[in-house]
Design a protein around this ligand. Structure first.
Ligand code: 5RP
Length: 224
């Protein structure tokens, strides 16, 4: 990652912290995403750990970083409400639909995001696209379904590739599908969800972001 990109990620992480601070209460449990941008947000969140109760992590990596920063990590099953989930993305379009899963945590990210009252997406401006699909679409699958899902990906015009050496926190492989132009994100997310053996696909359109904070050299833009 270049120094410039790191600075943008740092700026958007701090902007997210400022944005959500008024939603922190002594009993609040915050949802936290995974990735290099989320890591920088975690660092900001740890500084404010006295303002909220605990966090739910979307990966083992995130759980470890939160604990190292002194934040209590709880299980999603042990909470009843979550005021906000903050996470990065690999691509985001003008409708705040996203591709996620470049860091391999898409399944837990989608589960945690689904229960949050607000989804705040934090990205640098390079992640903004008109049409999703330039970033290869990650799909977490059960191992015995790999061949079938790869054939489906080819049938819709994609080029599937197993992510080398990667096993998710759930013990599954990921197929990355390149070459797609995703003109109907909700439709493709729904279709992929129907395929036996698909655990999660990386289109976040059915539950998209409510707010996107986008960092560029000009500052941090808020999109809703
Ligand atoms: C992890 C994700 C990340 O949010 C996505 O890959 C963006 O990562 P980064 O902030 O490192 O650019 O979906 O599964």
């Amino acid at each position: 990652m270049s120094d410039g990109t790191h600075q943008l990620k740092q700026a958007v992480a701090q902007a997210a912290m400022d944005h959500i601070e008024s939603w922190l209460t002594p009993d609040a449990v915050i949802g936290v995403g995974t990735g290099s941008t989320a890591d920088l947000f975690i660092d900001c969140l740890c500084q404010k750990r006295h303002l909220f109760q605990a966090a739910v992590a979307s990966s083992e990596r995130t759980a470890n970083r939160l604990r190292e920063g002194g934040v209590t990590v709880v299980e999603l099953n042990d909470i009843e409400r979550m005021p906000v989930y903050v996470d990065g993305a690999d691509e985001i379009n003008g409708s705040l639909e996203m591709i996620k899963g470049g860091g391999g945590a898409l399944t837990r990210e989608k589960i945690v995001a689904s229960v949050a009252e607000r989804f705040v997406c934090i990205v640098d401006a390079s992640k903004r696209v008109d049409c999703l699909g330039q970033f290869p679409l990650p799909i977490e699958v059960l191992p015995m379904a790999v061949g079938a899902i790869k054939r489906f990906a080819v049938s819709i015009g994609g080029q599937p590739a197993i992510r080398d050496g990667v096993v998710t926190d759930n013990g599954n492989p990921i197929i990355d599908v390149s070459g797609l132009s995703i003109n109907d994100p909700v439709g493709l997310e729904t279709a992929l969800n129907q395929l036996p053996g698909v655990v999660t696909n990386g289109i976040f359109a059915i539950r998209k972001a409510d707010i996107a904070l986008v960092a560029s050299a000009e500052g941090v833009l808020t999109l809703t």
